[in-house]
Design a protein around this ligand. Structure first.
Ligand code: IMP
Ligand code: MG
Length: 183
């Protein structure tokens, strides 16, 4: 794999597609373990745009009945979190009494999931779980439990597999890291 340039920044290969798929399989197995035969039909909530690839690979692996809904949130500008979570496309389903599984590409500061969890609870969700492809363990300091996690990521800026740099790079099958941040 070679280094690539996106909007004037160089990125180098960091996590291969094989490892990514193994993480998706692991998360799917954990979800199946908790929900198969449970009688609960959760709402899988895809947090657009970043989670679309992870969610699209995860759903066909699920062996229990579930619904799919999407919401579009935005908190990043360039390579940094703004700390302010904007809702770009809202929810249009009734969540009263529902179990919701938030599917995220990455949890960094946790601002996004924190604001989302309180919004879903206000809308009547009784059980809200977090399922994230990746977690920046050293940055995340909030109290919300991360129920399902594909892999831990160092505090670095990455692109690919749904993750973007200024909306670019989401289509990459592997994950790349900013070249300056590779030790
Ligand atoms: P948080 O609200 O700080 O937890 O950030 C969550 C959102 O920021 C994610 O859903 C991503 O859209 C974005 N994000 C966080 N870290 C990265 C990264 O390393 N690359 C690309 N996007 C990121
Ligand atoms: Mg995102």
């Amino acid at each position: 794999m070679e280094s690539i340039r996106i909007n004037g920044k160089d990125f180098v290969p960091y996590i291969s597609n094989d490892k990514i798929i193994a993480a998706v399989d692991k998360v799917a197995a954990e979800l199946n373990n908790d929900f198969f035969g449970s009688g609960v039909t959760p709402v899988i909530l895809c947090v657009l745009n970043g989670s679309i690839i992870f969610c699209g690979h995860l759903m066909p692996r699920l062996k229990f009945s579930c619904e799919l809904a999407s919401i579009r949130l935005k908190s990043y500008e360039g390579t940094k979190s703004t700390g302010d979570v904007k809702e770009v496309i809202g929810l249009d389903i009734d969540l009263s009494g529902r179990t919701v599984i938030i599917v995220e590409d990455i949890v960094d500061t946790g601002a996004t999931i924190e604001s989302l969890v309180s919004q879903l609870k206000e809308k009547g969700a009784v059980d809200v779980r977090i399922c994230t492809f990746s977690l920046k363990t050293d940055v995340y300091k909030r109290n919300i439990k991360i129920d399902y996690m594909g892999m831990e990521i160092a505090n670095k800026f990455i692109v690919g597999w749904g993750l973007d740099y200024d909306q670019m790079g989401r289509q990459l099958a592997d994950i790349y890291i900013l070249k300056d941040q590779l030790e």
